[in-house]
Design a protein around this ligand. Structure first.
Ligand code: AQP
Length: 330
């Protein structure tokens, strides 16, 4: 049986990239019978400056959206990362096996630290904490996007180093990569870039909380090009291709089917099709999330229940780690 581990940061409102690229993939893994550990990555969130009130608010909001999207807290262990201290404890031990050179070379670190005067060590350790998140449950698989594969390679490297020094203990975590483009939803304003929570232009992303009107407006304003036909070629026509991807993700279609459906339509007309497909996919989630948001006690109970289960699992693995390293845990 696969044990899948995944986390989302409570750093802002979720967009459709997060939904199709992470949330829905997790729900599908859960529904196909994988043993899923799904957490709110609130420790990761603090690698960049955060308003504590917002972290708390976003964590509950994220919980509501995960449940609304189909996460079943009986089958999936759903919890906040900070409620299971073993993540941070294992992170420390793995950090002692990681090298500065390896971490400082990762593209995501270089990108995020490029414009900082003072680079927090937590930002450098980000992939080590990710490795701990997975290994602390002896995770076997991690759903990732293409841009996260290198971080998983850090985890594999840490597993090798650990095994070399202390003996075999962990499975090497394997990536689960999507084949439907769901890991590459692009900005609606600048389709060279990925859609992102932190983009300064709110029109660049569609939020799960956006109304039908707002979704349709943002799609209507999406940047395309001067060719009216709809074709799929992400390299030469990133804007139109992103619309095709969104259409496919929203209505579970293959690229060829979507392009065929768009035959004879101009990109302006096709935008209506895409907007409608997104509204249809997202409206039920928005409605369920609205109901759940009104029940913060239930959301907290779900997280408490998940954290209790996660702690039991993490303690079992950590006890083995402590034993191998000669730590006195009594
Ligand atoms: N554009 C995207 N297309 C597909 N998947 C995406 N993800 C993020 N953007 C896209 C996936 O969503 C999950 C969220 O991970 P996160 O909360 O750690 O956020 P992130 O990866 O840093 O990306 P965001 O949400 O856009 O935030 P910022 O703006 O801070 O970078 C991950 O599984 C990610 O792959």
């Amino acid at each position: 049986n696969r044990r899948v581990v995944s986390g989302l940061q409570p750093t802002g409102a979720l967009h459709v990239g997060n939904y199709f690229g992470a949330v829905r993939r997790c729900v599908r893994l859960q529904d196909q019978g994988d043993d899923l550990m799904l957490f709110i990555a609130d420790l990761h969130a603090h690698t960049t400056p955060q308003d504590p009130g917002k972290v708390q608010e976003n964590s509950l909001e994220l919980t509501a959206l995960l449940l609304a999207s189909g996460v079943d807290p009986e089958r999936t262990v759903l919890f906040a990362q900070s409620a299971v201290p073993r993540h941070a404890e294992l992170c420390w031990l793995l950090a002692c096996l990681a090298t500065h050179a390896r971490l400082a070379h990762l593209p995501q670190f270089k990108e995020k630290s490029a414009n900082m005067k003072e680079v927090p060590i937590g930002l450098l350790l980000y992939p080590v904490l990710q490795a701990a998140d997975v290994l602390v449950y002896r995770g076997t698989h991690v759903p990732v996007g293409a841009d996260q594969v290198q971080h998983l390679q850090v985890a594999s490297q840490l597993v090798r180093t650990f095994h070399h020094r202390f003996g075999k203990l962990f499975p090497t975590p394997r990536p689960i990569l999507p084949d439907d483009g769901s890991d590459r939803v692009r900005s609606l304003r600048d389709p060279i870039k990925k859609m992102s929570k932190s983009d300064s232009d709110p029109k660049s992303r569609i939020l799960l909380s956006d109304s039908d009107e707002v979704i349709k407006l943002k799609i209507r304003k999406a940047v395309t090009d001067f060719t009216p036909q709809v074709t799929f070629d992400p390299d030469t026509r990133p804007g139109v291709s992103n619309l095709v991807t969104l259409h496919c993700l929203a209505s579970d279609k293959l690229i060829e089917e979507a392009v065929e459906e768009a035959d004879g339509l101009t990109t302006a007309q096709y935008k209506r099709v895409v907007g409608d497909a997104l509204c249809e996919a997202l409206a039920p989630i928005r409605e369920r999330a609205r109901q759940l948001r009104a029940r913060p006690d239930l959301l907290r109970d779900v997280l408490r229940h998940g954290a209790a289960r996660a702690r039991v699992r993490a303690d079992v693995v950590y006890a083995d780690v402590a034993d191998r390293l000669g730590l006195t845990t009594i």
